[in-house]
Design a protein around this ligand. Structure first.
Ligand code: FES
Length: 75
């Protein structure tokens, strides 16, 4: 997987990087996008980041190739 300037790495509406969202969520014990939204940490604007934040919560990844989350794995 290669990353470049198009790499998805933040919630643009909240101007907050996924690294920081992950750390805040961990600190507060939040385990879902809904919980992150309820705390007003991220994802409450346009919603484009929600699938990425969901994947971040399950994998710990904080950088994504645009659209990659929509491609089904072959496993
Ligand atoms: S990019 Fe996260 S709510 Fe818009």
């Amino acid at each position: 997987m290669s990353y470049d300037r198009r790499t998805v790495k933040m919630c643009v509406c909240h101007r907050k990087k996924f690294d920081n969202i992950r750390d805040e969520a961990k600190e507060l014990g939040l385990e879902s996008v809904d919980e992150i939204m309820a705390e007003g940490i991220a994802c409450t604007g346009c919603g484009m980041c929600r699938p990425y934040v969901k994947k971040m919560l399950s994998t710990g990844e904080t950088r994504f190739v645009p659209g990659d989350i929509y491609i089904k794995s072959e496993s």
